[in-house]
Design a protein around this ligand. Structure first.
Ligand code: FE
Ligand code: FE
Length: 162
């Protein structure tokens, strides 16, 4: 796919994130199932609901651009999810498992934050204000999720120290 201009790059990132969000949507229920802490499980379940909307918002952006909804392979998310699976398979204690799950989930959120930040800025640059708004809404939910995960991690560490 050509990536010679900002709009072509934007379309590429849109398709990349479409694949990423769909992969995340498949992965979150597995992570929820594995989580030992009920709070962590709830956080994953809550983010699964939000992620369904992230997919829908991307579909709206495709529509705004008169583009066919389609994904391209997203190597970054494949790698992050593969690493997460390794943690799920190898963490032996419940605490290590939850800490590992949080770390894996935060890597996903940070990838999303990086991409949505860029895409929202590019959409604005390209004069696509409605698309920028949609991307920004998702960006905010990713940031909130990342913060929630940090809180859970810190609470847990504090508990162990007590
Ligand atoms: Fe998302
Ligand atoms: Fe997310």
């Amino acid at each position: 796919m050509a990536m010679n201009s900002l709009d072509q790059l934007f379309t590429h990132f849109l398709k990349d994130m479409y694949t990423a969000e769909k992969t995340i949507l498949e992965t979150l229920p597995k992570m929820a199932k594995k989580a030992d802490s009920s709070e962590l499980r709830k956080a994953f379940e809550e983010h699964e609901k939000q992620t369904k909307n992230h997919v829908k918002r991307l579909e709206q952006v495709f529509k705004l651009m008169d583009e066919r909804v389609a994904g391209v392979p997203c190597k970054a998310i494949e790698g992050i999810v593969a690493e997460g699976k390794e943690i799920m398979n190898e963490a032996e204690s419940a605490d290590a498992l939850d800490a590992g799950l949080i770390a894996a989930a935060q890597a996903v959120e940070h990838y999303e934050i990086a991409r949505y930040g860029t895409m929202a800025a590019w959409a604005k640059e390209l004069g696509m204000d409605e698309a920028a708004e949609l991307l920004h809404e998702t960006l905010e939910e990713e940031v909130e999720t990342d913060e929630k995960l940090s809180e859970l991690a810190e609470e847990r560490i504090n508990q162990e120290a007590a």
